[in-house]
Ligand binder design. Sequence first.
Ligand code: HEM
Length: 87
Amino acid sequence: MSEPLRKNRDDVATSSKTTTIKVWDPIVRLFHWIVVSACVLNLFILEEGHYWHRVTGYVAAAALAIRILWGFIGTKHARFPTSFQRQ
Ligand code: HEM
């Protein structure tokens, strides 16, 4: 029973080949970095409540709206799970 497990561990330890599989599509990646940038800018760099603070905040809000829409119509891994997909 323990033999196959040890064999698998050896395979992992000695394997030099790694394969990169891109899961997230460009819209998901863009949304992620827009939110990261907007939060860093508004929390630490831009003046509270000033013009560019507001613009940055609205850009983040627009990105969120697009991401929510993408959660319904987007690619497989971007879509929100439904009971239909879980089966
Ligand atoms: C330390 C964190 C933050 C502070 C202290 C702060 C402070 C403020 C203040 C004082 C205002 C003006 C509010 C008014 O005039 O009614 C404002 C507006 C705004 N902030 Fe921030 N903010 C912060 C972080 C953020 C972040 C992370 C976002 C989004 C990424 C954001 C988005 C906005 C937006 C969209 C507005 C305009 C709201 C409006 O038009 O009524 N803020 N913020």
